[in-house]
Write a protein that binds this ligand. Structure first.
Ligand code: HEC
Length: 116
């Protein structure tokens, strides 16, 4: 090995695990926002991440695997600025766009709940 390739290998050994740590930290942060900060679990579960909804009465669907190609329109819907398919969201999201983006990235990285 040349000095250069040894350096590269050493860099890869450090950088690759760091990427995994960064990715899972973002996932943990998103889950904490969803569960603790914004209490989305009042109405939604995310079964594939082991997140249950608080109540069957208010249960409004599992969000595992949820993805949208129009995050801005979704944000307006969750902020109750604009209906979606003629319906208003039940709860007004009043957090930051950054937090919402973290949550959406996390949801779309997960598996949808198994049908049946
Ligand atoms: C008071 C109950 C309630 C709370 C709390 C709530 N939601 Fe919802 N949400 C609903 C209902 C009802 C729907 C419409 C039913 C549906 O489309 O699944 C919905 C729909 C959605 C959708 C669209 C789902 C789809 O399949 O089209 C997303 C995304 C969503 N909510 C995200 C969130 C997030 C993120 C939070 C927390 C910041 C949250 N919701 C908090 C009741 C709630």
């Amino acid at each position: 090995m040349t000095t250069h390739s040894i350096r590269f290998a050493a860099l890869a050994l450090v950088a690759v695990p760091l990427l995994f740590v960064a990715a899972s930290a973002a996932q943990e942060e998103a889950q904490a926002l969803f569960v603790d900060t914004y209490k989305c679990t009042m109405c939604h579960s995310v079964e594939s991440a082991g997140v249950a909804a608080k109540s069957e009465k208010t249960f409004s669907g599992d969000l595992g695997g949820f993805a949208t190609d129009d995050p801005e329109a979704l944000a307006r819907y969750l902020r109750k600025e604009e209906p979606r398919d003629g319906e208003e969201h039940k709860k007004t999201y009043s957090g930051t766009d950054e937090d919402l983006q973290l949550i959406l990235d996390w949801l779309s990285s997960l598996e949808p709940v198994a049908e049946g």
